[in-house]
Design a protein around this ligand. Structure first.
Ligand code: CO
Ligand code: CO
Length: 320
């Protein structure tokens, strides 16, 4: 917001200054709304699939707050002069099918003629005001669970470079189109301390947000981090999106490397994700139960990737 004065309201539970995934506003003592908007440019060739991914990506911020999305509006930028309208129809169809799966009702939308195609949703969800899962609530000893593998940025860059075969791409596309709904429900059932979804700032950037204010540190065990098959190879080939370097520059001071960790692995930890998984800080004694629950519900690649430690405060130690 470029330093503009923020608005204050006693019912605003999570506002802009928190840097959280979505805003939360209390309507009643037992009801708050969760609001977010997100739209992206195409990352896969098939319009229907892109629509699914864009919608899953937009809904994710509500899930990251522990909310249940209820209504959504389409946000569309479409090059009317250069693309056939049937392409837009397929994109919206993909989005609509995801909304249906999420139990979300489409209530409207807005479109503009734009040279560059973009699609996403503005989403409103609900949550009990006492059950909001913020980003920076991690506590000492918490285990960190990541629910989806990393590498969507590198993989879609490789796709643009024309070097990915369908078999390698398929699990990545399917993961990006997968809602974080079930993972969010499971974390709410079990009770967790913090959550955020992994998107543009990469695993490290979003993990850093968990320890912004609480004088704690994080340890990430690199061998435990799930990564899509093929990502290592493409990262070695230098097929890395532009955002990776920006993320690395910005968060370099926040990481300590312990062990022999090569540049290619760092590229993966900083890889900007589209529709990435949830990163959850869960009390140690509940971590195994949550992990089992995720696996039982088809979130097979969810893994405990690290823990919350006392020092160095404000740092993420990456261990080999
Ligand atoms: Co988010
Ligand atoms: Co977002």
């Amino acid at each position: 917001m470029c330093g503009l004065p923020l608005m204050h309201d006693p019912n605003l539970i999570v506002g802009m200054e928190s840097g959280d995934d979505a805003g939360v506003y209390k309507l009643r003592d037992d009801l708050a709304i969760v609001q977010t908007i997100d739209f992206i440019t195409p990352i896969v060739d098939d319009p229907y699939t892109f629509g699914q991914i864009a919608a899953a990506n937009s809904l994710s911020d509500v899930y990251a707050m522990g909310g249940k999305p209820v209504t959504a509006m389409n946000v569309v930028c479409f090059p009317v002069g250069s693309l056939d309208i049937s392409v837009l129809k397929q994109i919206l169809h993909g989005g609509l099918d995801k909304m249906r799966e999420a139990g979300v009702v489409l209530v409207g939308g807005h479109s503009v003629d734009d040279e560059e195609l973009k699609y996403g949703l503005s989403v409103t969800g609900v949550v009990h005001p006492d059950k909001v899962v913020v980003r920076d609530g991690a506590r000492l000893g918490d285990r960190l669970i990541l629910t989806k593998p990393l590498g969507t940025g590198i993989m879609t860059t490789a796709l643009k470079g024309g070097v990915v075969d369908d078999e390698t791409l398929a699990p990545v596309v399917s993961s990006m189109a997968t809602l974080n709904m079930k993972a969010s429900e499971l974390m709410q059932e079990i009770g967790v301390n913090a959550c955020t979804d992994i998107t543009g700032f990469g695993l490290v950037g979003h993990a850093r947000g968990m320890i912004d204010k609480n004088q704690l540190g994080l340890e990430i065990m690199i061998d435990a981090v799930p990564i899509f098959r093929g990502v290592n190879q493409f990262s070695e080939m230098g097929l890395v999106p532009g955002g990776t370097g920006r993320n690395m520059d910005f968060y370099r001071k926040s990481i300590d490397l312990d062990g022999d960790i090569d540049r290619q692995m760092l590229d993966i930890l900083f890889d900007p994700q589209t529709s990435g998984g949830l990163l959850i800080a869960v009390p140690k004694d509940k971590a195994e139960a949550l992990l089992k629950g995720l696996h039982r519900n088809g979130i097979n690649q969810a893994a405990i990737i690290g823990e919350v430690v006392s020092k160095p405060a404000g740092k993420i130690v990456i261990r080999k």
